[in-house]
Design a binder for this molecule. Structure first.
Ligand code: BES
Ligand code: ZN
Length: 847
């Protein structure tokens, strides 16, 4: 049942629960349509509590019986939960409820995926399993008994005992209900062990469906690397005797950090060279690390309420980015993160869905697992570390773990450890948590009598949640280069705190060239008429050198779009030289060619007062790539040959860097040879990276039909590979064909739309195809809206997330706006629309 008028929850209304939960015992009698859950919970009223209401959340659960200290009671039950009169002293609460996992298509609570039982409880899914105070500040130990005819029966913590058709688990670490997990099914374990720095021998297992055994080794190694890294870098050791990971096919998100029992979307953990790309391997390594790192940042120290989500997610994203930088390449990781931030977080922060890193209100918490909470949340921590320095950061983190272990905390607690460890006043810095919007920083320069002056102006545009943004603390990493390219002044951190501020650098022989915002030291839009061609050739900061290429490409594209000008020869020459510079890491060279995203260009055009035309943007991007291909025509075959790996496939940074550059070059080469090299690569490929890269090129030049058919015939039984087959066809379609291609694929027998991966592979690819989604005839809008309306009653969470495709609608011309507006109205008018989707559409429309 859906709420008639959705309720808004406010941070300022926080009140603690009036009862302590001493322990929880759960018994599951599993059956697909009628699983019985018995809960025995010891509650103790908290003396002097402001709110003494005994309210337990519960949704889609049928109450069979309730008892207090063995006596039957009759609670008052509503669709959201129950209330009951309870004693003013500790008591034992017992309920039996019935739930229907087979009917649970929302994939929240207990559900079935290919006849395997599994759970997803974050944020508020536990209430679909049994009646409980389902809020993160209520923490307890759990003991779980599972009865079911299944081979593998798993829950959190350590195994206690098991027999034929049953198993018992005990988790000694108090945890909120959102970290509860249960899995039951016919699974195969890939096992290993890890001995912690404290001498604890931990049994590790990765559980998968039969047939997937060969895709476990990489994930297991990533887990062991993560365990070691968290000990070495943060001094955090694992705290149970087992660590289990389960791969499931139907999962709304990437993965979930349930205590001792992480549950992963199969796509985020299963990998083999034949079926996974280098990018898949890298993502898997990062997600395994991320979920593992939550054991300390999220589980041992959790969130007081969901407004504090960035406390665990921002910090854990920051930690996993440090891990990836250590395992692979720091500059490459930084550049990739900034591409992602600009591609996903900036549009959010600059549109109708803008919200602070710590929001102050929400209707549906599932809608707040956003790029802002995650990626901007991680950037805020990165800035904090830059401002206080590495040693103080470590000291503050040690204090955080010491002081707050076992607690449910707030951003105030987090900032207090930094204040206490460093003596620094973070009052103004805290605005990063309360203000939405991307600050713009404009820079001007002056040089007089040997003194160089940099003047900054910061300004954050108002947004839906922040009417009047105040100046923020912005760490700006700056280095000065001499005209010969040597470093006149190594990197320093300038701290902007005012709306306008100047910094002087005396004693310089000549006017230097500044390199500003090195390493992307703050998540801002920098407005500076720099000498990008000079920086592309000389900057000693690898991020800013890449940024210079990006800025040149951007300017060239904008010139083509708005004035029809030819591609910038400085960019063409600079890139041609860099791509052939063997002293540079191939992965880095390949990123040099990563042009600004088409949606990002649309945003920039909009900021500059133009109305973006998606077809013109598409043509400009393709024109620029063609021009580079023509410029480099003679050197491409040799560069391609130099970046072929002869050793056996390994998904490591060195090999994947070569393949990334090889693939970049193949894209250019295909524009010269019409796809001959791509055809050869497709035929010879012994790994998915090369196979998929070749196939994309073949499709683009109209030679893909045979290969697509061969690919489908060969991979039809591999779900994850078939997701690529669906996604690639939409992603490589010409703008006018993208919606038709997606539509045809939704009619394919293998288009299982209730599976979030398949749905996203097809319709998410359409939403990500800028010119295709925004095709003039509105076909992209209509197709996506049709499918969102169809998916909503089945899976509101995945539907709501994909609504964000429409968030940028105000940028476009009147005709497109009116077409989108019609689709938004149509979605909003759907009877019984979920709370999730209603909130998203309302926020997007009210822009
Ligand atoms: N705690 C989240 C998973 C989650 C998100 C559960 C939303 C419920 C609702 C998990 O730690 C997470 O953040 N996963 C990310 C991947 C990660 C590498 C950023 C995901 O699933 O995308
Ligand atoms: Zn997370």
């Amino acid at each position: 049942m859906r709420d008639a008028a959705p309720q808004t929850i406010f941070l300022k209304d926080y009140t603690p629960f009036g009862f302590q939960v001493q322990d929880v015992h759960l018994t599951f009698d599993l059956a697909p349509n009628a699983t019985h859950v018995t809960a025995r919970i010891r509650f103790a009223p908290i003396k002097g509590a402001a709110d003494k209401t005994f309210f337990l959340h519960g949704e889609n659960v049928t109450l069979i019986s309730a008892k207090i200290d063995g006596e039957v009671v009759t609670p008052k039950v509503t669709p959201e939960g129950l209330t009951c009169d309870v004693p003013d002293m500790p008591f034992t609460w017992e309920t039996e409820v019935k739930i229907d996992p087979a009917a649970n298509t929302a994939l929240e609570g207990l559900y079935l995926s290919n006849s395997m039982y599994c759970t997803q409880c974050e944020a508020e899914g536990f209430r679909k399993i049994t009646y409980y105070p389902d809020r993160p500040d209520v923490m307890s130990t759990f003991t779980v008994r599972i009865n079911g005819p299944h081979g593998t029966l798993l829950s959190n913590g350590n195994p206690v005992a098991s027999g034929d058709g049953w198993a018992e688990w005990h988790d000694p670490w108090p945890k909120p209900a959102y970290l509860f997990a249960l899995v039951a099914g016919e699974l195969i374990a890939h096992r290993d062990t890890f001995t912690t720095s404290e001498g604890r021998k931990v049994d590790l297992a990765l559980y998968v469906r039969g047939g997937d055994e060969g895709k476990c080794a990489f994930g297991m190694q990533a887990l062991k690397d993560s365990m070691k890294w968290d000990e070495d870098v943060y001094g955090r050791a694992y705290d149970l005797d087992v660590f289990n990971i389960v791969a499931v096919d139907d999962f709304n998100m990437g993965a979930m950090e349930n205590k001792g029992l992480n549950i992963f979307n199969a796509s985020a953990v299963l990998a083999s060279p034949e079926t996974s790309t280098d990018m898949n391997f890298e993502r898997i390594e990062a997600i395994i690390a991320h979920e593992y790192f939550h054991n300390w940042t999220g589980n041992r120290i959790t969130c007081r309420d969901w407004f504090q989500l960035c406390l665990k997610e921002g910090l854990t994203v920051f930690r996993d980015s440090q891990f990836t930088a250590d395992m692979r390449s720091e500059p490459v990781k930084r550049i990739s993160d900034v591409i992602d931030l600009r591609g996903r977080q900036f549009p959010e922060d600059q549109g109708p869905l803008a919200h602070p890193v710590r929001p102050e209100s929400f209707q549906e918490i599932n809608n707040f697992y956003t790029a802002t909470i995650y990626e901007k949340g991680a950037e805020v921590i990165r800035m904090l570390k830059t401002l206080v320095g590495d040693a103080a950061y470590s000291k503050a983190l040690d204090l955080y773990f010491d002081r707050h272990d076992g607690q449910a905390c707030t951003i105030e607690d987090w900032l207090a450890v930094f204040q206490d460890a460093t003596g620094r006043d973070l009052t103004q810095f805290k605005r990063w948590y309360s203000q939405a919007g991307t600050p713009r920083v404009a820079v001007s320069e002056a040089f007089e009598n040997g003194t160089y002056t940099l003047s900054f102006e910061q300004d954050t545009p108002p947004s839906a949640t922040t009417a009047d943004p105040q100046p923020q603390v912005i760490p700006v990493a700056v280095g000065l280069l001499a005209v010969d390219g040597s470093e006149a002044l190594p990197t320093q951190i300038l701290e902007l705190t005012e709306a306008r501020q100047s910094f002087t650098f005396p004693g310089l022989a000549a006017k230097p060239v500044p390199s500003i915002l090195r390493g992307f030291s703050a998540p801002v839009v920098l407005d500076h008429a720099a000498d990008h061609a000079f920086l592309l050739a000389h900057d000693t900061d690898p991020f800013n050198r890449w940024e210079a290429a990006n800025k040149l490409a951007r300017a060239s594209l904008l010139g083509t779009i708005t004035k029809g000008s030819a591609p910038d020869p400085a960019w063409l020459a600079g890139i041609a030289q860099l791509l052939n510079d063997d002293t540079l890491d191939p992965a880095y060279r390949s990123l040099m060619l990563d042009l600004p995203g088409q949606s990002e260009l649309a945003a920039q055009l909009h900021r500059d007062g133009h109305t973006p035309d998606p077809d013109a943007i598409w043509n400009a991007v393709h024109g620029l790539i063609q021009a580079l291909s023509d410029t480099m025509a003679d050197t491409l075959p040799a560069l391609y040959a130099a970046n072929q790996v002869s050793d056996a496939y390994a998904p490591d940074a060195a090999q994947s860097g070569m393949r990334a550059l090889g693939s970049t070059v193949l894209n250019l080469l295909t524009r010269q040879d019409g796809g001959d090299q791509a055809q050869a690569q497709y035929g010879n490929a012994d790994n998915m990276t090369l196979q998929l890269g070749a196939l994309a090129n073949l499709i683009r030049v109209g030679r893909g039909d045979a290969a697509l058919a061969q690919f489908e015939a060969h991979w039809k039984d591999d779900r994850l590979v078939m997701d690529k087959w669906f996604g690639l066809q939409v992603g490589t379609a010409k703008p006018d064909d993208a919606a038709d291609t997606a539509k045809a694929l939704t009619g394919h027998a293998a288009f299982n739309w209730k599976n979030p991966n398949r749905f996203r592979a097809t319709l998410g690819a359409l939403a990500g195809h800028h010119a295709g989604f925004h095709a003039k005839d509105g076909s992209g809008y209509t197709l996506l809206a049709d499918w969102l309306i169809k998916l909503d009653p089945v899976n509101p969470q995945t539907t709501a997330r994909m609504c964000s495709a429409f968030q940028t609608w105000r940028r476009y011309d009147a005709i497109r706006q009116s077409m989108i507006s019609k689709e938004l109205d149509r979605i909003a008018a759907t009877p019984d629309l979920s709370r999730d989707t209603t909130e998203m559409i309302t926020r997007i429309r009210e822009a």
